[in-house]
Design a protein around this ligand. Structure first.
Ligand code: FES
Ligand code: FES
Length: 183
């Protein structure tokens, strides 16, 4: 009996969280598996692998995508953001991450990376959601623990934090330019 032919590997360059990852993967490698196993970014969780639970949600060019439904080889020209890439440039928590902490938006945490990425994209599109819109924003993600109440509160709190940070940044810019004019 002849030995099985080794699977052909493809050189793929993935742009993830501002870094380049050169990986060698078979054509059938799911993007979720490439991120976890080839890039070492295990923050992206894999639940159903059928596009149902949303745990594997990442941002591809800013849009939420189920990484279990995308092949790594088809992500070469895209900017990918995983949960590891959501933190601010200074390493502090993003508004959505801070809101989950403030509102106890998680229990076991398995679903949390998918919620964080989904809500980040949702608030970029609708920065001032009503409670109903917040529920709709997370309707495609499953959580087995929380009952969703604190996740919805987290969406609304994240919107508040984004507004507060925007105001702070604007007032810092204004005082800097006032100082420059006085000098
Ligand atoms: S693991 Fe991708 S949607 Fe569930
Ligand atoms: S916190 Fe456990 S599944 Fe959502």
């Amino acid at each position: 009996m002849s030995a099985p032919t080794p699977e052909q590997l493809h050189d793929v360059r993935l742009h993830v969280n501002g870094s380049v990852h050169e990986v060698q993967v078979p054509a059938r490698r799911l993007l979720s598996d490439a991120l976890r196993h080839d890039c070492g970014l295990t923050g992206t969780h894999v639940g159903c692998e059928h596009g149902v639970c949303g745990a594997c949600t990442i941002l591809v060019d800013g849009r939420p995508v189920r990484s279990c439904l995308m092949l790594a080889v088809s992500a070469v020209d895209s900017e990918i953001t995983t949960v590891e890439g959501l933190t601010e440039a200074d390493g502090s928590l993003s508004p959505v991450q801070q809101a989950f902490s403030d509102c106890h938006g998680l229990q076991c945490g398995f679903c949390t990376p998918g919620f964080l990425t989904t809500i980040t994209a949702g608030l970029a599109e609708n920065p001032d959601p009503t409670e109903d819109e917040a529920r709709e924003m997370v309707a495609g993600n499953l959580c087995r623990c929380t009952g969703y109440q604190n996740i919805v509160k987290s969406v609304l709190r994240a919107a508040d934090i984004e507004r507060e940070r925007g105001l702070e940044a604007r007032s810092a810019r204004t005082s800097t330019s006032d100082g420059e004019e006085d000098a």
